[in-house]
Design a binder for this molecule. Sequence first.
Ligand code: G6P
Length: 456
Amino acid sequence: MASPLVVVSNRGPLAFELDDGELRTKKAGGGLATVMGGAVQGTAATWVAGALSDADRRAAERGMVEAEGFHVELLTLDPADYASYYDVISNATLWFLHHGLWDTPRRPRFDRAWWQAWDGYRRVNRAFAERVAGCAPAGAQVLVQDYHLCLVGEHLCDLRPDLSVVHFHHTPFASPTEWRMLPAAVGNELLNGLTAYTACGFHNQRWANAFEATARDAGVTPPPTFVSPATADAADIEKVAASAPCDDALDRLDRLVGDRKLIVRVDRIELSKNIVRGFLAYDDLLRTRPEWRERVVFGAFVYPSREGLAEYQAYRQEVEGVIDRINAEWSTPGWTPILYDAQDDFPRSVAALRRFDVLLVNPVRDGLNLVAKEGMIVNERDGVLALSRESGVFAELGDVALEVHPFDVVGTSDALHRGLSMTDDERRTHFTRAHERVLQRTGADWLADQMNAAAQ
Ligand code: G6P
């Protein structure tokens, strides 16, 4: 018989909202919940996650939440500890480290406030481990997700040695040289924490190799690793694509774009997504290939993320500044070169994915990138994918995409031109191969890989 399953992540599959004093569930945001949710929904698995809002905390007071095919244990944490763990360590430190985002003359700074935050990260990891220890059935397989929770495994080894605990990193992993930017004691504590897991999983072999090299460089013997790229849930996204809100959004988009070509990006407003260079490449396209002026629109469907961090607020301003400049420079009566929409509206994003001629996915570094897969599932126009070689998904789709070097603005402009200029036959061949490739794997395959790793 299969072992019972427990999933652990910072953000769970359900978010709560208060509607006239009543608690209601809504789908949680973020790629992790999308990927994991599809695979876990309807199973008997328990999901342990943080209570992230006031409504979540109200729901947590009622104990285990059973809704929409999920069994969720919400963990209420001390707010100051949570801010330390989530904003300072997980997002402003580990996320930046793994994605190579630091502007090193200025950041990072491990000052006294940061060291206090590090203690908060430790306490929150301990609290997650204690909750799992309290609710996991005997002999369960426990799948711990992401950089927020590197230290949970070692606590569980002490608290519940009967459990088999795997870690999955959804991000890239820092190289040995990058890792050396962390204070050595912290770097070693994190690596030793990860070695306590039965195995550590990654979306791409490069990130697994980096983890192993980084551990060895620090004198730590890495645990077994495995590579298992996640995938978008095709049934889920096709359902959204067939919904009335998505059709309405597509009608609105069609009216705005008319018979012009459409470049699309769908992203969180996130430094690793390389949004500014994407617009600079478009600017270069309009400047150097005047034949595209008034014949193409760039739809940027990007939505705010992690607004508690000054870096994200500043990046949003930079993104909006570049859009304003490009639109001011190139607009003509009846044509706005960039359509900017910063609403977090999933049916509208899916409408854009149905409609694009070229999908630009150009992150500076990305653990996987689900949007590339979602676009190749739902697009209805034999759209072309322009894909960063630094995204994890490049290993799966690189040979059926136009390769983008994320720092090369001129090369990205050339890739946009190439995508926009393909013949119908070329587009069909390209799209069909990518579409078939994406459908080869399911969320259940990905979940099974983690469970197999736990069973070793
Ligand atoms: C993206 C990353 C995941 C990460 C998640 C957290 O989806 O790919 O690795 O867990 O962001 O997002 P959040 O909004 O919860 O900070």
